[in-house]
Every structure is written in C-alpha cells, then in structure tokens.
Design a protein around this ligand. Sequence first.
Ligand SMILES: NC(=O)c1ccc[n+]([C@@H]2O[C@H](COP(=O)([O-])OP(=O)(O)OC[C@H]3O[C@@H](n4cnc5c(N)ncnc54)[C@H](O)[C@@H]3O)[C@@H](O)[C@H]2O)c1
Length: 250
Amino acid sequence: MNRFEDTAVLLTGAASGIGRAAALRLASEGAAVFAVDRSGDGLRGTAGLLPPGTGRIHTHVADVSDEGAVVAAVSRAAETMGGIDVLVNVAGVHRTTPIDRLTVDDLRFLFSVNVVGTAVFCREALRHLPDGTGVIVNVASSSATHGNPFTSAYSATKGAVLAFSLSLASEMSHRRIRVVPVSPGTVATPLTSRSDMLPADLDTSYYRRIRAPFGTADPQQIAGVIAFAASPDAGYLTGAEIRADGGSHI
Ligand SMILES: NC(=O)c1ccc[n+]([C@@H]2O[C@H](COP(=O)([O-])OP(=O)(O)OC[C@H]3O[C@@H](n4cnc5c(N)ncnc54)[C@H](O)[C@@H]3O)[C@@H](O)[C@H]2O)c1
C-alpha cells in the first residue's frame, strides 16, 4: 500500500514505542514524516530503521510541553516538507499515582505533556493543514473511558485528549478537516514495561485479572490503526474514537 505518497506528516513521540512504529509505517507507505521527540538518540534510532527506498523521516528534538518549542517545531515542519497534511500526536507520559500519593507536580507533569502538548500542536498545525483533506490523529487511551486503579491522573489526561478531539472535530468540520482520537489498550512499549509502573507495595492483582481477550498489543498493531485513521480510507471518519484495545471493553 502506498496511501501516503506526497503526504507530509508531522508526528510527535516518534523516538519510541507506538510513535516510532507509526512513523515507520507511514513512511513505508510513502509519507514524508517530520518526527518530533525530546529524545534525539531515539529519533536517530527510528530514522535508522527505515528501509531504503521508502518515504523520508526528518528528525527534530523538542519538548512538546514547551509552547515556544512547539511553535518552532511546527513551522520548521511546514518549511521542511513544503506543508503539513497530517498531524499525529503520540507523545505522552505516564505516572502511577495512587490517590493518597498524588501530587500537584504529578498533575502538572502529566497534563503539560499529554494535554497541553497535544492541544498546542493542534492549534499550530491547523494553520497549515489543508481544508478538505487535512487530518489530525490524537492518541488517547482506553483508560479515558475505562477505570483502572492507581492511574486516575493519567486517565484524566487521556479523557481530556478524547474530549478535546471530539470538540475540535466539530469545530473543524466546516473546513472538512478530520480529527480522530485513537485509544489503545495495553501495548508492549517502554512506557508499560517500566519497573515503577506498578510499585511492589501496591495490590496489583487487578492488573493480572484484566488481560484483554486479544492480549497485549505490539506497537505495530496500533501503528496500523493510526495509519488507517490518517488515510483516505477513513475519509468519512471524524469525531469518533477508535478503540484498539484487543476486546478489553467486551
Ligand atoms: N503503551 C500503552 O499501553 C499505551 C496505551 C494507551 C495509550 N498509550 C499512549 O500512547 C502514546 C505513546 O506511548 P508509548 O507506549 O509508545 O510510550 P513510549 O514511552 O514508548 O513513547 C513515548 C514517547 O513520547 C516521548 N515524549 C514524552 N514526553 C515528551 C515531551 N515532553 N516532549 C517530547 N516527547 C516526549 C518519549 O520520549 C517517547 O519517545 C502515549 O501518549 C501513551 O499515553 C500507550
């Protein structure tokens, strides 16, 4: 499939996990990808994985929670690629926050990356996205609509990304720009394998019980969903969440 030939994609969180897999998938289908992340090493790793003869990956180091850095990244992306057709917001952070230990710093950290970063990227990219064909894909999470212990702050940020995306889809419908929130379930990435994800002193039996019928996803499976949402195949899809959770809501 070459659904993204002549398509300029701006994608955040491209140094690892789902963002890396999505950058590679979109580029392998012909896209020019402007890949943003705070990790320069990770971005170089992503670009190095692109097989020769497919699309292109330009790399740019920026902190998505820094408004000035986002403004600069978006304008550099437009300059480098001659425009922006698709924005994919993947960058995100997680902290485990049992309610008795939740701090204001946790809330500020999680919201500044997951929500503020996503919203400012949307605002800036919308200055460039073409009416009629422009697309935004925002990665939320199944935890936006499904309760899990010790993760209320993270879940709140993902609920915010979901709600933000639905209202933005409504606001952008007059320009025929699609906005699609994608909500993965559990995906095998560095984010979920961190040792502090479920500290030993917490009762984690809940997490052993809730395995999705289809198990844990590979990042490539979510990249496939992101590519579909961003592609002309999804031309009638806007303001609707795609939940790619391996059946965990069943
Ligand atoms: N892994 C899962 O189970 C899962 C489930 C649902 C949703 N998600 C969401 O998917 C997205 C990607 O997660 P992942 O699992 O691939 O994690 P990951 O840790 O592998 O990748 C996240 C990427 O975001 C980047 N990043 C974080 N903060 C940043 C900042 N301030 N500025 C720039 N880049 C920053 C990191 O450097 C990293 O490359 C996140 O939004 C996450 O919340 C993940």
